[in-house]
Ligand binder design. Structure first.
Ligand SMILES: [Zn+2]
Ligand SMILES: [Zn+2]
Length: 135
């Protein structure tokens, strides 16, 4: 069972299925929606997905015709996206998952328009925590 929640913890869910394909999407809509380089999202089966608290707080924004992006109305944390023509599937925002999972992304997608600050440079320094000098 996979469990997850929003930033404020009011919205909680559990998922009894397997995680499907995981992608990291860098399209401009995902960048805007996250305020970041993009979003890691996993395909999940809607029938095995259940809200355990806070469902009334969920807001859905139609970012394009037939496509909804959902977030907690209190804290703004992104939760999933869905397409009205694919009601059996949610694209769960991986950052909302609380259960440790081993699955890894299969691809970065929509990389053609990545801004320089979001480029995927494997040579950049990496730190376990904040970069040196951060206050
Ligand atoms: Zn919240
Ligand atoms: Zn996207």
């Amino acid at each position: 069972m996979i469990q997850g929640s929003c930033l404020c913890g009011a919205v909680r869910y559990q998922y009894a299925g397997e995680l499907g394909v995981i992608t990291i999407c860098h399209c401009s809509d995902c960048r805007k929606a996250q305020g970041s380089t993009g979003v890691a999202a996993a395909v999940v089966e809607a029938t095995k997905f259940q809200w355990t608290s806070g469902a009334q707080l969920i807001r859905e924004y139609a970012s394009s015709p037939g496509k909804k992006r959902a977030f907690c109305g209190d804290c703004g944390a992104p939760l999933y996206s869905r397409r009205e023509d694919l009601p059996q599937v949610l694209r769960l925002r991986m950052g909302s998952i609380d259960t440790p999972i081993q699955a890894t992304p299969s691809a970065h997608i929509f990389v053609s328009n990545l801004p320089a600050w979001a480029a995927l440079d494997e040579d950049w320094p990496r730190y376990e925590r904040q970069e040196p000098g951060r206050r």
